[in-house]
Structures are given as structure tokens and as C-alpha cells.
Design a protein around this ligand. Structure first.
Ligand code: ATP
Ligand code: MG
Length: 476
């Protein structure tokens, strides 16, 4: 079959400079990988471009660099035989064509100089092995020895090599397969899927940082459920997120059933993705029910209960982040807090709900209030249209009530109307326990609605508490 010329994809000014360098160096050079794949799929222009040279990729990059005015200094990774240049909004990666051989214990191959075809052959998927020539004799020609174009049209991920060897050599490719399937809406070829299942256990030789990188990319997809279902189906999930696996299954005892919290969770994640790009809010959706597995209990006649699952879940978030070597920073705390609060708004869906309960949630959620509501609305997965409508209306009602309370009491970014300094000055005392007790009493009184969120009322409350504590004013 005559291949169409793909010059039309090489319109960025960088390709003129690449072409000049090819002529100067006489190194046969090709664009390869994600750039080619995504252009052929009609996706937006990709800012990272992989270049392969038959010869030294580093030497090629060094010849190109002076042509790219204003480029950052070139980065050379001698051990890997690669180089990287950042120019304008582009990241260019250079590698010499190579063939690779692997040893059992490591995903780092022994590398030898190879031909273009050998280099394409070592790549993970045929659609990632497509190359476009930058050479004068066939500039723009597609080089496709492994029929990547057919797979691209059929939306299939297939390995150029025997899949069993491919995944065993570098088990990270199993996660890449699933991530690409999810990102591109592709199917993993059956032999590949079987090979992943067979090699799932080998994922344990991959660093947790690399695993998390792929997880982030799956969670950033429009429909992460596709990725998680594949992780589950291939047996990778227990090695990565056993907490999610534990949510699987429906138990039925004496007519009491509960929903399958694994599939429910995946629905919640998909739902939330339609409303937010915030990766950490998506993580919170993924983990919001993990406390349900260890807290599950059948209490007749009520049925299945998950008492305290939010507290247990929030603790599990910390352990999970730690195990996956994710930073234990404010992002982790954000996820924890959302998991902890995830069941609170639903408890307010009640005519009898007090303003105090509303104020407490506003206070506890603080800046996370909007995200908490986004999470709770995504949590509505009932298939009953009437109920679906009712639940959403209920949340609207709670929201309105919150807005009314907030407009009146300004709890959201709560600043105590009486500060610690004022208390210390009034009683002529230093930082001490009574100061904390008085501040807490004022806050509680405001949240409970005993006093308004105002200075005068808070001052009177301070005097009242001061008396109880036996404090005497030193102010005139
Ligand atoms: P994206 O950048 O959108 O994630 P990509 O295909 O460009 O997709 P990269 O990780 O940037 O992915 O890798 C560039 C290319 O290098 C891939 O297209 C593939 O050809 C090859 N490659 C990357 N990682 C591996 C791997 N673990 N095994 C085999 N080939 C790989
Ligand atoms: Mg890339």
C-alpha cells in the first residue's frame, strides 16, 4: 500500500531546523512516538516531540541547539545516550536508534546501537512505533514496519514484540497499556491483555513513583473507570490499590444487600470528572468510600452499616499515600479532609436540620465547601430517575440554606471576633490554657447560635467565661 506523505504534520518551525541539521550532520533522523500518534489521531499539537537518529542522538542535538535561538541549555543524559532541548513551548527529546536486551530483575535494559527498525521494535506499542522521516530523500514519509497505522485505525494497542516478553521485560508497559487505552479510548489486543494478566505480579519491580505517575494520568482521563476496570480485570489492582479491591462484591445475608462499592466508586469518579479537572478532587472521589470495607457490618433489622467509615477512610488515605510514596503534604490533607467530610452534607438533608449543624459544616469544610458539594453530587449514582432528581433537589436545598446562613453569620473564613491578643491584654496574662479555653468557648457559642458572630456579643461571652475561670480584668 502506498503510504501517504505526512509533511502536513511537520508545520512547526522546529521542523525546518531539524531538516537543516539532518543535512548538516548526515544522520538519518525521524520523529517517533506520541507526537506522530497524536497527530495521526487528529489530536491537538503535542508540545513534546521524540526524535530518533541512526547514530548519536546527543551529537544531533548538539548540532541542532545553536539553530534554536533562545533555547535553554541542552541537557545531556550520557548514561542513557539521550539529550533534551527546551525551545519555546516545545520539549524535544533525542535518542540514538538502539536495540535492548533485558535481565529478569530489572526494567533497565542493556542497550546496543541499532537500526531504525530495531529501535521501533523495542517500543511498547505499534502505534507508538510509527516514525516520520526527516531525511531529504523521503521527507515526511511514514515508516511503519509493525503496521501501527492499521492498529491506529482499529484503535488497538498491540506490542511489536511477543507481548509476554514485552511486559515481563518492562512491567511498567502494562500500566502504560491501560493508561493509553483509557486516554485514547483504545482496546488492548487480546494476547496483550492475557500477557498482562500473566505478568501482573511483576509490577512489583516498578518504582512506586512511576506507578503513581501512570495512576495520575488515568485519573486525569475523561472516564477513569475504563482504566480502573482494566486494572481490576488484569489483576494489577491488588498490587497497586488493594483498598479499592476490598470494596468489591455484594453481600446478601437474610435479604439484606448493599451496593457494590467498587463499581459505585468508579461511577462517582466518572461523574466528578465531568465537573472538575482538579486531580486531587478526583483522587478524593476515588478514595471517598475506602473506609467502607473495614467498617462493614450487618446490623439487623437496619441492614448493612458502615459506621465511622469516613474516619477510618481518612486514616487509610494517609497510609495509602505513604505506601505509594506520594508526598504527605497539603494535597494529602485535602483528600483526607474531603473523605472525612464526604458523608456530612447528606446528613443535612432533613427539614429538621438546625442552623447550628449548617454552621458547623461551613466551619469544618472552610475553603473546601464547594469541592465537598461537587463530590457529594457526584456521589449520587442511583439509577432511579425519581430518586436521582430528589437527591439533587435536596442538595440544592441544603446549598440554599447554607448560603442564607453564611450571608448572615459569615462563618466560612471564620476569624474569631475576639483575638487571643485581646484576651491576654484584658486579663494581663501570657499565652496560656485559659486563653485557648475562652477562644474555644466563643467559637462554640457562635457555631451553636447562642451568640451572633459579632464583637460585642463575643466580648460579653469572654467576660462570662473569664469569671468562670476566676480571671480578673486588668484593663481600666
Ligand atoms: P505521552 O507523552 O502522551 O504520554 P508518548 O507516547 O509520547 O505519550 P512517552 O512516555 O513520552 O510517551 O514516550 C515516548 C515514546 O517512547 C513512546 O511513544 C514509545 O515509543 C517509547 N516508550 C516510552 N516508554 C516506553 C517503555 N516503557 N517501553 C517501550 N517504549 C517506550
Ligand atoms: Mg511523549
Amino acid at each position: 500500500m502506498k503510504q501517504e506523505n505526512l509533511k502536513k504534520y511537520l508545520t512547526h518551525p522546529v521542523f525546518e531546523h531539524l531538516r537543516t541539521t539532518v543535512n548538516q550532520t548526515a544522520l538519518p533522523t525521524y520523529v517517533v512516538g506520541g507526537f506522530v500518534r497524536d497527530r495521526l489521531l487528529g489530536k491537538p499539537f503535542k508540545a513534546d516531540i521524540d526524535i530518533v537518529c541512526v547514530g548519536s542522538g546527543i551529537a544531533f542535538a548538539e548540532s541542532l541547539h545553536p539553530l534554536l535561538k533562545g533555547a535553554k541549555p541542552i541537557t545531556v543524559f550520557k548514561t542513557y545516550g539521550t539529550a533534551m532541548i527546551q525551545w519555546q513551548d516545545l520539549t524535544l527529546e533525542f535518542v540514538g536508534a538502539r536495540k535492548e536486551s533485558y535481565q529478569k530483575h530489572s526494567r533497565n535494559p542493556i542497550v546496543q546501537i541499532g537500526t531504525l527498525e530495531e529501535d521501533q521494535n523495542r517500543r511498547d506499542f505499534t502505534v507508538n512505533a510509527l516514525a516520520i522521516s526527516l531525511n531529504e530523500n523521503d521527507y515526511g514519509a511514514l515508516i511503519d514496519p509493525f503496521h501501527g497505522m492499521d492498529d491506529l485505525h482499529a484503535k488497538i494497542l498491540r506490542t511489536p514484540n511477543d507481548p509476554n516478553i514485552t511486559y515481563s521485560d518492562d512491567p511498567l508497559r502494562m500500566l502504560r497499556a491501560i493508561r493509553f487505552a483509557c486516554q485514547l479510548d483504545f482496546t488492548i489486543a487480546l494476547p496483550s491483555l492475557e500477557a498482562i494478566r500473566e505478568n501482573a505480579q511483576r509490577i512489583t519491580i516498578i518504582s512506586r513513583e512511576r506507578i503513581v505517575e501512570e495512576l495520575h494520568k488515568i485519573i486525569a482521563c475523561d472516564q477513569p473507570s475504563a482504566g480502573f476496570l482494566l486494572l481490576e480485570k488484569t489483576g494489577l489492582l491488588p498490587h497497586i490499590l488493594p483498598e479499592l479491591c476490598a470494596l468489591k462484591g455484594i453481600e446478601e445475608i437474610e435479604g439484606h444487600r448493599h451496593k457494590d462499592n467498587f463499581y459505585h466508586t468508579l461511577e462517582v469518579v466518572d461523574n466528578i470528572c465531568a465537573h472538575t479537572d482538579n486531580l486531587w478532587l478526583r483522587w478524593a472521589a476515588l478514595l471517598h468510600d475506602i473506609g467502607k470495607a473495614p467498617t462493614k457490618k450487618l446490623i439487623p433489622p437496619t441492614g448493612w452499616t458502615f459506621h465511622g467509615h469516613e474516619f477510618v477512610g481518612a486514616k487509610m488515605v494517609y497510609k495509602l499515600f505513604k505506601r505509594l510514596r506520594m508526598p504527605l503534604n497539603e494535597k494529602m490533607k485535602y483528600v483526607q479532609k474531603l473523605v472525612l467530610l464526604s458523608a456530612r452534607p447528606i446528613a443535612l438533608v432533613d427539614d429538621q436540620v438546625t442552623d447550628a449543624a449548617i454552621r458547623r459544616l461551613i466551619f469544618d469544610a472552610g475553603d473546601l465547601l464547594d469541592d465537598l458539594f461537587t463530590l457529594c453530587q457526584a456521589d449520587i449514582t442511583t439509577k432511579n430517575p425519581k430518586r436521582f432528581k430528589r437527591y439533587h433537589e435536596n442538595f440544592q436545598w441544603v446549598r440554599q440554606k447554607m448560603e442564607a446562613v453564611e450571608a448572615r453569620d459569615a462563618i466560612r473564613n471564620f476569624q474569631p471576633p475576639i483575638s487571643g491578643e485581646m484576651i491576654m491584654k484584658h486579663y494581663n496574662i501570657g499565652p496560656s490554657r485559659p486563653v485557648g479555653l475562652i477562644k474555644e468557648a466563643i467559637k462554640e457559642a457562635i457555631l451553636e447560635g447562642e451568640i451572633p458572630n459579632e464583637k460585642e456579643a463575643a466580648w460579653n461571652k469572654m467576660i462570662e467565661e473569664g469569671k468562670k475561670l476566676g480571671l480578673k480584668s486588668h484593663e481600666k
